[in-house]
Design a protein around this ligand. Structure first.
Ligand code: F6P
Length: 353
């Protein structure tokens, strides 16, 4: 058996741990040969691959990023390198030339959409869900999320001591795209006083009033805001438009806008910190190393059983799988009645209005 592995979309802690687990499981249990495809689907067009074996994946468990490289604009069905032309046939021909019996695609919703289209063309594909945003449907967790939450919690711990010392309102802006999972869990873990999510309305006057009530007693306020929050009367805060990308909006900067708006309303000094890609880099947490290993092992089992067109999932503590078509192009946002929302509200966290 000859199996290809690729990592698509943005990088994320735990990708290397999945590559390692898929490779080791296939080599140990099926004596398979494994080929890494470089820079996501781009490698199928540029013909960049490398052999993977037990030696090649040594020491990868705790390494951040992806040793295979990745690309978040390469959709072979709309290839940016050929003015948007459909180059999927070229990719399929290369897969046949390599003699791949299966492909394991590790990525987010964009990668799952592309993988699903290849699956329809007859490519035997298995998907593994990756994203720090935790916004893929049909899985309770994606690997990388726990690592991002740990970074946010650590940042809030640090911001708290300086906020307290100066009597400031401190704003930390998290990633997460259109979903508030990182801000919600990171905010709770870091003891934020205010957590602002894209899923809940934000009334800046109400946030200011809440900060004001804290001025005489606590003297400071810690705010955790997700990048996808729309402030009153405004749309998304967009840092950049990427014309030929399947995900053309790069969000970022809403924390700075909130700083301006709160400064006009408060006596206290207001400052913001954009956490940015720090949340995506570095070593995966132990939880993510274990989850990535479980996902990778299960992906190898799906390949061996010939269960293709499916993405690995975690439901409760059970690893399973779902048809990729069920996941492709969809996002899982925070339900407004999620128990964590109620928990935050119940302990006095201000949620925007
Ligand atoms: O989807 C993961 C993510 O990190 C989002 O949270 C963020 O909005 C986006 O990717 C950033 O992408 P890029 O690295 O291309 O700026």
């Amino acid at each position: 058996m000859h199996v290809g592995i690729l990592t698509g979309g943005g990088d994320c802690p735990g990708l290397n741990a999945v590559i390692r687990a898929v490779t080791l499981a296939l080599v140990n249990e099926a004596q398979a040969s494994v080929t890494g495809i470089e820079r996501g689907f781009l490698g199928l067009l540029t013909r960049q691959v490398r052999p993977l074996d037990a030696r090649a994946v040594e020491g990868l468990l705790a390494q951040g990023g992806t040793v295979l490289g990745t690309h978040n604009r390469c959709d072979p069905f709309h290839f940016f390198g050929a003015a948007g032309a459909d180059c999927s046939g070229q990719a399929m021909a290369y897969v046949r030339e390599l003699g791949l019996d299966a492909l394991v695609a590790i990525g987010g919703d964009g990668t799952m959409s592309i993988a699903d289209r290849f699956s329809v063309l007859g490519l035997p594909v298995v998907g593994v869900p990756k994203t720090i945003d935790n916004d893929l449907c049909h899985t309770d967790r994606t690997f990388g999320f726990d690592s991002a939450v740990a970074v946010v919690a650590d940042a809030l711990d640090r911001l708290e001591t300086t906020a307290r010392s100066h009597g400031r309102v401190m704003i930390a802006e998290t990633m997460g795209r259109y979903a508030g999972w990182i801000a919600l869990e990171g905010g709770i873990a870091g003891g934020a006083d205010v957590i602002l999510l894209p899923e809940l309305p934000v009334d800046v006057d109400a946030v200011a009033a809440f900060c004001r009530t804290r001025e005489p007693h606590e003297g400071y306020t810690l705010i955790c805001i997700a990048e996808g929050v729309k402030l009153q009367g405004a749309g998304f805060t967009v840092r950049e438009h990427i014309a030929d990308s399947p995900d053309p909006l790069r969000l970022g900067g809403v924390g700075a806008v909130l700083q301006q708006q709160l400064s006009q309303r408060l006596a206290s000094e207001v400052r913001h910190t954009l956490l940015g890609h720090v949340q995506r880099g570095g070593s995966p947490t132990p939880y993510d190393r274990v989850l990535a290993t479980r996902f990778g092992y299960h992906a190898a089992q799906l390949v061996r059983r010939g269960e293709f067109g499916r993405m690995v999932t975690l439901q409760g503590d059970t690893i399973g799988s779902v048809a990729m078509s069920e996941v492709a192009g969809k996002n899982r946002i925070v339900p407004v009645d999620h128990p964590l929302v109620a928990t935050a509200r119940g302990i006095g966290v201000m949620l925007g209005s």
